[in-house]
Design a protein around this ligand. Sequence first.
Ligand SMILES: [Zn+2]
Ligand SMILES: [Zn+2]
Length: 350
Amino acid sequence: MRALIFDRPGEIRVADLPSPGPGPGEAVIDVRAASVCASDLRVYRGEKYALPGVVPGHEFAGQVTAIGAGVDDLALGDCVAVYPIIACGGCGFCRRGLRNRCTSRRTLGYDANGGLAERVLLPAALVAQGHAVKLPDMPSDGPDAAWGRAALTEPTACVLNSLESCRFRAGASVAVLGAGPMGLLHVVLARAMGAGAIVVAEPVASRRGMAAQLGATAVCSGEPDELRAVVDDATGGDGCDIVIVSVGLEGLTESALQVAAKQSSVNLFAGFPPESSATIDVNDLHYREVSLTGTQNATPDQFRRTAALLPSLSDVDRIVSHRFPLSEADQSYTSRSDPSVLKTAVYPDG
Ligand SMILES: [Zn+2]
Ligand SMILES: [Zn+2]
């Protein structure tokens, strides 16, 4: 089978690999769509670790085409989105349902072969934990859009975790700093969940335009004084209830805190380059009761609820701007340096 291989930072290639066959407890899916995450690009840039030689891709969906002995809850032909974390199931975090915080977690696409391939072997632990989540009503030879959206279950679940960690409530005002694919997904989900004002700060005009189309009520370039003025205007001077930092740039944590309301939550959703730091007035957090948090990935529960929600989130489709066949999967990475490109996805069927 063909797959994209990560050799080392700056080096990826499409190559042939032996097709996986399932052992006991395992399953194999034919990938129908896989999207590329900013964290995949961070691995490519050498900012984050992945096993040399691994097939990347942790955002994917496909159809079960082989199952090993003892697999009872998957059947040939099932359409699934894969929660890509292999958790231990026994550590304190796993026992609380926080398998994304498992102390010995492994992740498809980093530590084991992931979705940028024709086929993926789903390890027994992942299958046993119910991490191949069945998608209802997927046409077996269905339109590409349905599979593309299914591949985005994982990043959308990460956004659900982000908003829920910020104690999202209907009517809440939300500021999103950075309108890359994940910032835009925050706009889509916040709008669908009933946000009030949504302010988006983004220097690239085309991305600001997309944010407005997806439901942002105000957009600006992100220059700190302008952002403060736009947020004040949108919130009567209170600041936003939720502020999302969706791009890891130095200085954005400080900008986010400046537009955060009393009793608000500020979430560092993006990863930052190594050694990044921020200067925070700790009394400002204390006296205004601002929560500063970070989120990464999602829980299996959030992933399953996202899979249930996605059929009604058609705007998610607009986040994928460029599609590639597997033979050109490397371009799903290299094209992302162009700011007019949003999320990229690979369709192994062509
Ligand atoms: Zn991701
Ligand atoms: Zn664990």
